[in-house]
Design a protein around this ligand. Sequence first.
Ligand SMILES: Nc1nc2c(ncn2[C@@H]2O[C@H](COP(=O)(O)OP(=O)(O)O)[C@@H](O)[C@H]2O)c(=O)[nH]1
Ligand SMILES: Nc1ncnc2c1ncn2[C@@H]1O[C@H](COP(=O)(O)OP(=O)(O)O)[C@@H](O)[C@H]1O
Length: 185
Amino acid sequence: MKKIIIIAGPSGAGKTTISNYLQEKYNIPRVLTHTTRPPRAGEQNGKEYYFETDSSFSKLHLFEKVEYGHYQYGSSQESLQKAWSQHDLVSIILETQGVNSYFHKLPIDNICFIYITISDHSKLMQRLIGRGDAPIEINKRINSSEFKRDLQLHGVLKKYAHIVVNDNWQDTKGTIAKLIDQIQH
Ligand SMILES: Nc1nc2c(ncn2[C@@H]2O[C@H](COP(=O)(O)OP(=O)(O)O)[C@@H](O)[C@H]2O)c(=O)[nH]1
Ligand SMILES: Nc1ncnc2c1ncn2[C@@H]1O[C@H](COP(=O)(O)OP(=O)(O)O)[C@@H](O)[C@H]1O
């Protein structure tokens, strides 16, 4: 059966790290999404995101789209179907409003939802600094209502989430191994 592993959680929790690990260790590719956010140092168009202008973003046919920290983000059904045509199991990184949209648009059996968090939220900022984000972008991000909202899970998402507390990378790898085993058997 086709499944999408949806990864959500606050900035700095480790969503991208986990998605990259799923690709490297389990050959589970990430469905790329579109954003008007400028690329961070080292990010490449077509690798982390499709980087768009406001004008090119407005012309896309998107499955769902949101504003997060004053930038636009959106995903297309075509990208998902293309990824599923090559792999039964794929991942995608979304904020929580997008996760709700996926639960409305796809059969529940096609979704495995992972919410990544860390026990001490004050360490998220240190991780963003360590990742090399520009201080001005970090400030914008951590002061945004979306960032504050996604520090917690709300509503029905609580019921469906596999919660991964990514304080320690060795532990996280073990948790991911168990989850992938559950999905595949
Ligand atoms: N709904 C939705 N959220 C997205 C999409 N692409 C990325 N996001 C989310 O947008 C938020 C900001 O992403 P990004 O700027 O890369 O920051 P990061 O969380 O610090 O890595 C994250 O919560 C992502 O999960 C998308 O296509 N749709
Ligand atoms: N378990 C961990 N312990 C310490 N640092 C981590 C851990 N997991 C990820 N990181 C680091 O934290 C930073 C943010 O991780 P990232 O995956 O980019 O987060 P997100 O995509 O959720 O914003 C990166 O520099 C990453 O290498």
